[in-house]
Design a protein around this ligand. Structure first.
Ligand SMILES: Nc1ncnc2c1ncn2[C@@H]1O[C@H](COP(=O)(O)OP(=O)(O)O)[C@@H](O)[C@H]1O
Ligand SMILES: [Mg+2]
Length: 457
């Protein structure tokens, strides 16, 4: 996926933007502008056209062209500073002047942020670039505003690049381990948060675990119970097949809860299809007896795929499927619908037993459905570096084929992980949830998201 970052002036070249939008719509490319640039432009237009100029015009223009406005938040700026080992670009006066102009443009008289070095567009761009995200700045401006190695192109070239990517699609990953308590759910949520909030990817979490921890965490109890009562859960795909023998068009789409806000200041590109404890029973019933639906739908392992792969998944960059601790119907459905799987584990005996059988069964399933299920590797979680056992088992895992590749990032065992879980009802900044930037957990998850992009894309 390529992200086209439109410089201000380009945003208002309407013919170009329409054509670029059309080409981006045909694949998974995105167009974005920064809120900062956007507001400056509003300010300029307002000055040109007098006080009657309506900023809503710009908003509606951006909305109709499906352009994403990238908010600037401090997390991104700090992230850049870390990557570059510098605080670039942090010309305080420049930042302050820009900030004040923005505030003025929207007729607000707010105090500037505590540090005028407010995170700017460039910070965000560089962070993404450094993280391997594919960014192209579309700009006719030859000024020094884009000083480092981000790629800058003119309008013609942008259109060519956009056309090349047609047919690209999202990637769906199942988080699998037959053992519970290894961090499948915790890591699914953390990846969703970081990939969404820092890297701006559109993320769908599909909860396939009847324990429904991911659903409860993302929705809070009240909303989750409502979904269950309204039969708007992943289990209802299976229930529908059981009852009516097929899945009606649009059924999967209606299950998606979008615009979930978990990280402060990040506008809703996080979505969920929740689960319910009912899944357990429905699964069992589905496998029993002489079910008429089989004549229509075929294998019981294709139901999730049938409901979601075409209708729902393509609207996202990454789909993360949180699986139960078993290789039953739910997990096999997840594997059928996914491009591949990641295995989170703890580096202890109990969690790593039987992994070669698990791998073997997934290979068999892959043959059965005649499609590759990629092994994206093992994420070691809850690592206690002071424990000899953990270090020994980690070394063993690195030598065994069924764990390969073992990811470079090793996620430490820390109470912060449990605290993050416990604060699920609150909308916090990334740092509020996962620890200050210097915290080992925050750093580990930041690196985890980067490694995810590198290994999975
Ligand atoms: N890195 C970590 N450090 C400490 N505790 C963790 C860590 N990751 C997860 N946990 C805790 O482990 C427990 C099980 O995690 P969970 O994600 O529910 O596992 P699973 O989904 O594999 O069953 C949770 O209480 C969670 O807070
Ligand atoms: Mg879980």
């Amino acid at each position: 996926m390529t992200r086209f970052f439109l410089d201000t002036n380009i945003l208002f070249k309407q013919r170009f933007v329409s054509e670029l939008s059309r080409r981006c719509d045909a694949c998974s490319h995105r167009i974005c502008v920064s809120a900062l640039v956007h507001m400056e432009r509003v300010f300029q237009l307002r000055r040109q056209k007098g006080v009657d100029f309506d900023p809503a015009f710009v908003d509606s223009y951006i909305a109709t062209h499906k352009i994403e406005i990238v908010a600037f938040d401090r997390d991104a700026a700090d992230h850049v500073a870390k990557i570059l080992g510098t605080e670039f670009p942090c010309d305080a006066d420049w930042q302050l002047a820009k900030w004040l102009r923005c505030a003025q443009a929207v007729g607000q008289d707010r105090a500037p942020p505590a540090s005028p070095r407010s995170p700017a567009t460039l910070d965000w761009l560089i962070a993404r670039h450094a993280a391997g995200d594919n960014i192209v700045i579309v700009s006719d401006d030859r000024g020094s505003e884009f000083p480092i190695s981000v790629r800058r192109v003119g309008q013609e070239e942008a259109l060519e690049i956009a056309a090349l990517g047609e047919g690209e699609t999202m990637i769906a990953i199942a988080m699998v381990n037959r053992k519970g308590g290894v961090g499948k759910t915790t890591l699914t949520l953390a990846l969703a948060d970081f990939l969404n909030a820092i890297h701006g990817f559109r993320i769908l979490v599909v909860d396939m675990d009847p324990q429904s921890n991911a659903s409860l965490t993302m929705l809070g109890e009240k909303r989750w119970v409502k979904c269950d009562q309204d039969c708007k859960t992943v289990a209802d795909i299976f229930a529908e097949v059981q009852k009516n023998g097929s899945i009606p068009a649009g059924f999967g789409k209606a299950l998606v809860i979008s615009g979930i806000e978990r990280v402060k200041g990040v506008s809703g590109t996080l979505s969920l299809i929740p689960c319910t404890p009912r899944l357990q029973q429905i699964e069992e019933e589905l496998m029993e007896g002489d079910a008429a639906w089989r004549y229509v739908m075929g294998s019981p392992y294709f139901l999730l795929h049938a409901a979601l792969s075409k209708d729902v998944f393509p609207s996202f960059d990454f789909v993360l499927i949180d699986c139960p601790p078993a290789l039953g119907v739910a997990t096999l459905n997840a594997l059928t619908a996914a491009n591949g799987y990641i295995m989170p584990t703890i580096a202890d005996h109990v969690s790593t037993i039987g992994v070669s059988q698990l791998d073997g069964r997934i290979r068999d399933h892959s043959k059965g459905i005649r499609r590759e299920i990629k092994r994206y590797g093992t994420i070691v979680n809850r690592f206690k570096s002071a424990t000899i056992l953990h270090r020994t088992i980690l070394a063993e895992m690195r030598a065994k084929p069924e764990f390969q590749p073992v990811w470079d990032i090793i996620v430490p065992d820390t109470v912060k992980a449990e605290e993050a879980y416990a604060k699920h009802e609150e909308i916090l900044t990334l740092r509020g949830r996962y620890g200050q930037e210097s915290h080992i957990y925050f750093q580990a998850l930041g690196q985890l998201a980067e490694e995810f992009i590198r290994r999975v894309s």
